[in-house]
Design a protein around this ligand. Structure first.
Ligand code: GLY
Ligand code: MN
Ligand code: MN
Length: 443
């Protein structure tokens, strides 16, 4: 989606969809106006430096504006959405440009010069407003009230991406894949974690504040730490393996991609990566309308337990490995999550747009999504096999210590772990794998 005319068309449809959803959400909550502050910059404690600004996701859902603190979105059903756009007189900072681009026609835009001026353009009757935001966004009597029925409705339906949103996520995937390729080249060239991270940022043209989450750049044993974000400055003398979990942002949307590489591409660790990769692609094929995401998670345990048995680590059948919790020693996180405006998108457990929670399967506390898949949902599929000391110690000391071959584990431990992660769109038909699609294009 490169032509502005194409974007404008799908964007108009996206905003129309948000208007419909918002009208229904307001009805549920008994309000007349939806009011969404973009958020503010906050000082750090006892300091005059700001935390990095993070836009309110409820705001960026409407427009590709991620660097506009002090702005507001107002929607009253039957009226064109209003964007109160702060463009301060400020010679200390670069101020946001005057609104321009393919998105501006969707709004009545009012430019204000101070945050306070927004009050003149917000709905008069504050009691009739559903104001969605963080407490620091309060402006006079306009204090975020985040009514549950409104938030629940919007968050539940946000799982269903519009074609515009899929287009933005496709771009975020392309950027991520471009940067992943640069990171692999940096690894092959012998760079350490910090320098690989910089190579990634340079290729993505995004720095740590713009990326959708902290890069995980892990060499060797560090791959066993699920959220390893240390970025070692030293370059290790031995390079055995490289796990990188890193995404990119585009117009406020995220991609979330993980790849694992072996230094020795003819060795056993490469074979294990290949086995996880093949299993991962079968899991991605399960992203179909009507499939319970919990099923994909449990099937992933069975598939990975099969890989562990084939490689001589587990002595159990896949079913027994799942039953006894042995598979969880090596695969201790969920198979994935919804993704969109937030890397871990909201409402993963929502039973309906009126609230309620769909429980996680017993013994699987880290699964982030328990809903049945429907067209428009975008989810990650991220199986992994890790050799994490803490979890291995637990297995060794527990009743299932004989279920595994410890010598075999010892051979793999120096490689840390494997994770392969793609972002996959559920459609009415075959799934669309945004990550693999981007690799195929770039390839
Ligand atoms: N990058 C965090 C995750 O994969 O969920
Ligand atoms: Mn993920
Ligand atoms: Mn990830």
């Amino acid at each position: 989606m490169t032509r502005n005319a194409d974007i404008a068309m799908v964007y108009a449809q996206h905003v129309a969809e948000l208007q419909q959803r918002s009208a229904r959400a307001l009805e549920r909550g008994g309000f007349d106006h939806l009011v969404v502050p973009s958020g503010t910059s906050h000082y750090q404690v006892f300091d005059d430096r700001d935390y990095p600004y993070a836009v309110n996701p409820q705001f960026k859902a409407w427009a590709p504006l991620t660097r506009n603190p002090g702005s507001w979105l107002v929607f009253t059903p039957g009226e064109k959405p209003r964007l109160i756009y702060l463009q301060p007189f400020d010679y200390w900072h670069v101020v946001p440009q005057a609104p321009n681009g393919w998105w501006v026609d969707a709004f009545d835009i009012v430019v204000i010069r101070t945050p306070d001026e927004a009050k003149q353009h917000l709905p008069r009757d504050v009691a009739r407003c559903a104001i969605l935001g963080e407490p620091q966004s309060a402006l006079g009597e306009y204090v975020p009230n985040n009514p549950a029925p409104v938030v629940q409705y919007l968050e539940y339906h946000r799982a269903f991406k519009t074609p515009y949103e899929i287009g933005m996520m496709r771009e975020a995937s392309r950027i991520g894949v471009r940067a992943h390729r640069a990171a692999e080249a940096a690894f092959r060239a012998g760079l350490g974690e910090f320098d690989i991270h910089l190579a990634y940022c340079a290729a993505a043209r995004q720095d740590a504040n713009e990326l959708p989450y902290h890069n995980i750049v892990a060499l060797n044993e560090h791959g066993a730490v699920l959220h390893y974000t240390e970025l070692d400055r030293e370059t290790p003398t031995q390079r055995r393996s490289f796990l990188i979990d890193a995404g990119a942002s585009f117009a406020g949307y995220a991609s979330d991609i993980t790849r694992t590489y072996a230094h020795d591409t003819a060795g056993e660790f490469q074979s294990l990566i290949d086995a996880v990769d093949a299993a991962q692609q079968r899991m991605c094929a399960q992203v179909r309308a009507g499939t319970d995401y919990k099923r994909i998670h449990l099937d992933a345990h069975l598939a990975l337990a099969g890989v562990l048995r084939d490689v001589g680590i587990s002595r159990l059948s896949p079913e027994a490995a799942l039953e006894t919790g042995v598979s969880s020693v090596f695969f201790p996180h969920g198979i994935g999550h919804g993704i969109g405006l937030q890397v871990h998108d909201v409402a993963g457990f929502a039973e309906s747009d009126r609230g309620g929670t769909i429980a996680k399967p017993d013994g699987h506390p880290y699964l982030r999504l328990t809903r049945v898949l429907e067209p428009g949902m975008v989810v990650t599929i991220e199986p992994g096999i890790y050799f994490a000391d803490l979890l291995l110690d637990g297995l060794r000391q527990g009743p299932h210590a004989d279920a595994v071959d410890w010598d075999r584990i010892e051979q793999f431990r120096p490689f840390g772990g494997i994770r392969i992660e793609d972002d996959v769109v559920c459609t009415g038909d075959a799934p669309i794998n945004l990550t693999r699609e981007a690799y195929a294009e770039a390839g």
